[in-house]
Design a protein around this ligand. Sequence first.
Ligand code: ADE
Length: 231
Amino acid sequence: MRIDVLTLFPKMFDGFLSESILGKAIDNNLVEIKIINYREFSKSKHKKVDDSPYGGGPGMVLCVEPVYDALMSIKGQEKALKILVTPQGKTFHQEKAYELRDKEHIIILCGHYEGYDERIRDLFDLEVSIGDYVLTGGEIAAMALIDSITRLIPKVINKDESHIFDSFNDYLLEHPHYTRPSEFRGKKVPDVLISGNHKLIKEWRENESIKRTKERRIDLYNKYREEHGDE
Ligand code: ADE
């Protein structure tokens, strides 16, 4: 998979792309990520990429021209899936992450102003929000997308494909986990997990998963019940 990110703050991606699982995925050529500063495509003397809104009002609006030129500079852009990150987009979720990991080429635009010139929207296929709150810019949203998509690419996370058991698959949150010590400040690991009885452990985990989802995310729990009925 190839991902191109259009941003005004390329340095924000430095640590993100070099550390941990993503850094390894890039080193192992499982994903190729290119960061493009679209300010470089501004034709103005001071490399301006924003301007005041027609009709007046506060704030600045991102201009369409540098974004268009930056987009056109990307090889193969015509076939790529083009995503605009914005709080006005559809809320991102795990199912979408699975859908996007099968794409060959994705382009993500990060904004940093009051808004986008509406004609920028026409250049993109999809508008995505990472939640109902407003960030100062799209970079963190782009990173959230890239991280959640990349970790689903085969071989990025180790051999046992542990993401299959992630929260949200099958609409359930993950069950609680424990590791050593078996007792910490009077709090003990549930006996069943130490019992060695794999059938009981599986049952306990499923029940805890359902209980936790019902307590914390009734919306997900209801979806789960729709799929599974009253088993
Ligand atoms: N840019 C600013 N806030 C955002 C959000 N919540 N999601 C995506 N992009 C954003």
